[in-house]
Design a protein around this ligand. Sequence first.
Ligand code: MTE
Length: 313
Amino acid sequence: MPRFNDMPRIAPSDITPQGVWLNRRHLIAGAAALGGAGLIGGSAQAAQVIEPLKAATGFPAPSDPPSDKKLATTYNNYYEFGTSKSAPAMNAHRLTVRPWSVEISGEVSKPRTIGIEELLAFPLEERIYRFRCVEAWSMVVPWIGFEFNKLAALVEPTSRAKFVRFTTAERPSEMPGLGSPVLDWPYTEALRIDEAMHPLTLVTLGMYGETLPNQNGAPVRLVVPWKYGYKSAKSIVKIEFVEKQPVSSWTKAASHEYGFYSNVNPNVDHPRWSQKRERLLPALFASRETEMFNGYGAQVASLYAGMDLKVNH
Ligand code: MTE
């Protein structure tokens, strides 16, 4: 079994040209690697290297280069593994990510359960996105995945599907943080259907040219780049298309602090801190001005035409 460091690698210069999405089709270091003993960012799960293929894009790449991979894999929010930033990288190796499947149900014509191997067989693209946490720090991350709308097409949502609810793994024996009442477990999140179907919304299976480390939400998470990070649910096990707006975990915990929409917005402060500026890690100070919709306004502002974004925060 190959050790991680012996696996074929792809130079960042091959996979992250600015302004370009990259497609990937093949997993190089086969499934056997998943049982391996490589150590990646604190995770005992060996990553599979993902080979990307280039494709043209209409989306902007951030002007800043991708954040340091070590930072992105050791400074995390994943409360099921503890509430400190370092806890997920220390504890998430406990998560068993194979076998894994995602149940897709609700207001759809063709409900089904889809295995992780099938998800990995979708044509994958690399998308370098700005990622902005509600805590006013940000990173630039080269994610790998495919558009959520492609997954939705498989199950054919009905006209009654107005929202999409994401439920994540709840494994008391593997997740030490579940003992804490900080959130109502399992962690759930939701999007309006047009937000979920937007081409920026990514079913994410990898980052930095490899499968996701556990602390970043292995084996499958969502990334919604114009919203605060808590909308990007990790380790998803269930996707439901529903008629009524769901109440997600953070909104249930504190609705005045964590709204349903959670669009990045410099004009709507968190009740306990300003959102006007942000700290692009590893910077110590919030020297950047927060951009409306995290810089994706040209792509997503029309989704909210006529809405009061202070009320619908
Ligand atoms: N998903 C689950 N299941 N549990 C969590 O605690 N934290 C959210 C989001 N998804 C969280 C989650 C928050 S608050 C953020 S900012 C991002 O994951 C962090 O993603 P990252 O660690 O990959 O940067």
